[in-house]
Design a protein around this ligand. Structure first.
Ligand code: ADP
Ligand code: ZN
Ligand code: ZN
Length: 742
């Protein structure tokens, strides 16, 4: 073996293929697949990853040598296969796909140390350790009579080793005394690796005797492990899906094998994490974005070093180096956040399916509202569906009432609360129970609307409506942060009737305080949870005894499990209905169903009230009548006839840049090359300005490629991407199987 094939950590699709380097004899014994190396690249040094070792090279010139091996292997051959698949499928550079498998931290870099050696830098975090002090048995040292601190230290160590921070906390001046004692040979110190781990709320997750449906689900999952199958666990909220995951994971871990559990970022609440911890204890690492950099790094290391068998986390935890992986669980599989918004634009569900095809094991997709993609995979026999149809402990799901807000308005009710919801809120809190109210937007009121001419103030850079904030009467763009003072009269027609439309959490909070004097109103949105531990503090407050109202955005729709919640209200179902996306109806249904599932989880039962201006929307009817087919039958027919996923494949190619004509030119050029090589039965829509035509001072265009459901869309796009020259300052982004097209 004399040749190392190395993928450079240089993000360019042109560099997708590995480069060959010579392995000098001094490195031959240490170099291995998956290791980071420093290699010459033109006049510079670059970080690369060894993807193969070989005896010969097809390259005819003299090979340049690998400078240094920078660390231990970060991925294995399976990971490499998966990275290659991701790079191909999502038309991304291989280096970007490989980065998914690296420990969390900044971009890797190689620098030359003062002594001329190459140093791998830039995984910004480093391991930490704690100093442990041990008394040396049989030493003859006796401290002088006045050396009180040394005596105290030796005393403290008589029971066994103690960490230096603990000694210092108890004995003033312990550090200096330990040094002196060490010189005298009376104590020894060693460093032990310490793993930073976030505090978690302890949630109890007692082991229950399974219901018949649960036992059957666990059995089918374990069976699927033998054949590399995917199970769609279609279970209504409260049917005990999490319990099924836990039981399957415990079986896997008991056999010494590994599992990965993905949960949407917003539902990685301390409550969810606590449930996994309390059952799996120290055998679980947790990875999500609210951890500190050090915590994230250490949690990843726990998996890499084989110290834990289970990893729970958001999307990126799919790439955690879990050993002997046998099970992947994706909870709330319908969540759009499983699609990554930057290169490589992968979908966790599709990658997980590929991962088990490579490694073996089972994939479990859990949801109360499965995506149309997964439903379709069941229909075509690719997935196996297992249903949980009953709430555990019996009890039927709460009744759902729909209030027509247009009719309320005609009757003279100008409040954002219907008469029905007000009455119910007073009744529920009067009994000492709790209510959860769901709002789709943040801010005092979503936007200003002129009631005379219909004018809505928009961001000058982003062409989206500005959000109105009560504090200071500001208008703010939630894309770029642009802020101005709200006008008093309409800038277009001078009318004084500017109405705040689509109330946000703050306005609802103010109205609630008047309606329910003395009842704690707890707000939970991106503003109140951005601080570390914010989430946790809010839930603890809500959980304390007595009546309370929790008012929040999307993040309250999931995972919350409080038995005292007997009322759930949706203030306006309309916001999500009007998103310009073919999945708007599906998403509205999923959201309403999830929110409704927060009610009546305890023996007291509960009620769900949905307020909307569009009371006979199929998504609303489906939730109200507990019949998903009211939405999906129509939706399937529509999508099949118009040509939308899952009946066709889509790719969205986006173009953005500071000059509108240049962006248009880039889009037109790409569409031109694509048209020349377009296979029969494929179509190009556009190019046209994107629904959000301008964002952060960049103009945006896009085109949509439609292909048959089984088409290899990636090969065609990669080919066109390679041969189509770009336009200066215009960014091109290819999104295969997009989750949205704004
Ligand atoms: P889902 O994830 O489907 O919404 P959970 O797993 O959160 O449902 O279960 C809902 C509640 O029921 C939890 O409090 C859980 O501890 C409890 N539970 C689950 N399975 C059982 C069971 N077999 N017997 C009794 N309680 C159960
Ligand atoms: Zn006007
Ligand atoms: Zn803006």
């Amino acid at each position: 073996m004399t040749v190392a094939r190395v993928v450079l950590d240089v993000p360019a699709r042109a560099l997708t293929e590995p480069f060959d380097y010579a392995v000098t004899p001094d490195l031959a014994d240490v170099i291995g697949v998956g290791m980071p190396v420093a290699v010459p690249f033109g006049p510079r040094r670059a970080v690369g990853y060894v993807v193969e070792l070989a005896d010969t090279s097809e390259y005819t010139g003299a090979l340049r040598p690998v400078d240094a091996v920078l660390g231990t292997a970060l991925f294995d051959g399976h990971a490499l296969d998966l990275a290659r698949w991701i790079a191909h499928e999502y038309v991304a550079p291989l280096s970007e796909a490989l980065r998914l498998f690296l420990p969390p931290g900044g971009a890797p870099r190689v620098v030359r140390g003062a002594d001329g050696t190459w140093v791998y830098e830039g995984r910004q975090t480093a391991p930490v350790s704690t100093r442990i002090v041990t008394r040396v048995e049989g030493h003859t040292f006796a401290p002088r009579p006045n050396a009180v601190v040394q005596r105290a230290v030796l005393d403290a160590l008589s029971e066994g080793p103690v960490t230096l921070p603990e000694l210092s906390a108890e004995i003033a001046g312990a550090a200096a005394a330990v040094k002196a004692l060490e010189r005298a040979g009376a104590v020894e110190t060693t460093d032990a690796r310490r793993y930073r781990r976030p505090d978690t709320r302890s949630a109890s997750a007692p082991r229950h005797a399974h219901t018949g449906e649960q036992a059957e689900a666990v059995r089918r999952i374990l069976q699927a492990m033998n054949v590399g199958g995917t199970v769609l666990l279609d279970g209504i909220t409260g049917s005990g899906k999490t319990e099924v995951y836990l039981a399957a994971i415990e079986t896997v871990a008991a056999a010494g094998r590994g599992a990965i559990v993905l949960v949407p970022e917003i539902s990685l609440t301390p409550q969810t994490v606590g449930r996994f911890r309390s059952r799996l204890g120290d055998d679980v690492a947790v990875i999500h974005s609210r951890l500190s950099a050090g915590e994230r790094f250490d949690q990843w290391q726990l998996a890499l070093e084989g110290r834990v068998r289970v990893v729970v986390g958001a999307r990126s935890a799919l790439f955690a180096p879990v050993r002997d992986l046998a099970l992947i669980v994706i909870d709330e599989e319908h969540e759009p956040s499983y699609k990554q918004a930057q290169t490589p634009r992968y979908h966790a569900r599709d990658v997980a399916e590929r991962l088990i095809a490579i490694r073996g094991g089972a994939l479990v997709l859990g949801s109360a509202t499965p995506s149309m993609e997964s439903q379709h995979a069941v229909e075509t026999g690719r997935f196996e569906r297992v249903a949980l149809t009953q709430r555990v402990g019996g009890g039927s799901p709460p009744p759902v009432e729909v209030v027509d807000m247009g009719a309320e308005f005609t009757d003279g009710n100008r409040s954002i609360f219907s008469q029905r919801l007000r009455t119910e809120l007073q009744a529920v809190t009067g009994r000492g129970d709790k209510a959860v109210l769901f709002l789709n937007r943040r801010g005092f009121a979503s936007f200003l609307l002129c009631r005379e001419c219909g004018f809505v103030p928009e961001c000058p850079s982003c062409s989206v409506s500005l959000t109105y904030h009560e504090e200071g009467g500001r208008l703010q763009c939630h894309h770029c942060g642009h802020t101005t003072t709200a006008p008093v009269t309409c800038p277009r027609c001078d009318s004084p009737y500017l109405r705040k439309f689509g109330a946000g959490t703050q306005r609802a909070e103010v109205e609630l305080e008047t309606l329910l004097p003395g009842v704690p109103i707890i707000r939970m949105d991106a503003d109140t949870t951005s601080r570390k531990g914010g989430h946790e503090a809010i839930l603890t407050r809500f959980d304390s005894p007595g009546p309370a109202v929790l008012l929040g955005t999307q993040m309250i729709a999931k995972g919350l499990d409080f038995p005292d919640v007997t009322l759930v209200g949706v203030l306006s179902a309309d916001t999500s209905m009007h998103v310009p996306d073919f999945r708007a109806a599906e998403r509205t249904y999923q959201l309403l169903e999830q929110v409704a599932g927060r009610a009546g989880r305890g023996p007291k039962g509960g009620t769900v009230i949905i307020q909307t201006y569009w009371a006979d929307h199929p998504a609303v009817l489906a939730v109200m009548r507990r019949d998903p087919s009211l939405l999906f039958d129509a939706e399937r027919a529509d999508r099949a006839s118009i040509g939308y996923p899952p009946y066709v494949r889509l790719a969205n190619v986006g173009f953005s840049g500071p000059s509108a004509p240049d962006v248009r030119e880039a889009a037109t050029r790409f569409a031109g090359t694509l048209a020349e090589q377009l296979p029969d039965g494929w179509r190009i829509l556009g190019p046209s300005p994107a629904p959000i035509a301008r964002l952060k001072n960049r103009w945006r265009w896009h085109l949509v490629l439609k292909a048959p459901a089984d088409a290899d869309i990636s090969t065609v796009l990669a080919q066109v991407d390679t041969v189509t020259p770009g336009v200066d300052e215009v960014t091109r982004s290819i999104d295969v199987d997009p989750a949205g097209m704004l």
